[in-house]
Design a protein around this ligand. Structure first.
Ligand SMILES: [Zn+2]
Length: 110
């Protein structure tokens, strides 16, 4: 394909108005690949091209650290800087460690 000013103009108009590359190729008597390649080199933006651009992957929120199996007993107030969870190994089937389980459920003090 010899690209003349005239054929480039046809390419540009066709491409920018969203005509199919194969259609433009037909008009110019060339191949679709030639049209796409030339348009790319000329930096012509096809309005339909935006549809083929892969959307950026949405980042999954990272789990900083798992609290599963860790004592959820809070120390201090959640609004205070020094606030933290106990995070000791929990008693089986409980959100708390043995010590805090005893505090929360008053084991043996019924
Ligand atoms: Zn605890």
């Amino acid at each position: 394909m010899d690209w003349t000013t005239h054929s480039i103009k046809i390419l540009e108009n066709g491409y920018k108005t969203g005509q199919a590359a194969s259609y433009i190729a037909n008009l110019l008597g060339t191949t679709k690949g030639s049209v796409v390649g030339k348009a790319h080199r000329m930096n012509f933006k096809h309005p339909g091209a935006i549809l083929t651009i892969k959307s950026p992957k949405i980042k999954q929120p990272e789990v900083v650290h798992s609290t599963i199996g860790k004592c959820q007993y809070p120390h201090g107030h959640p609004k205070d800087a020094g606030f933290y969870f106990c995070h000791k190994q929990v008693k089986t089937n409980s959100p708390y460690c043995l010590k805090h389980y005893a505090i929360c459920y008053r084991v043996g003090k019924q």
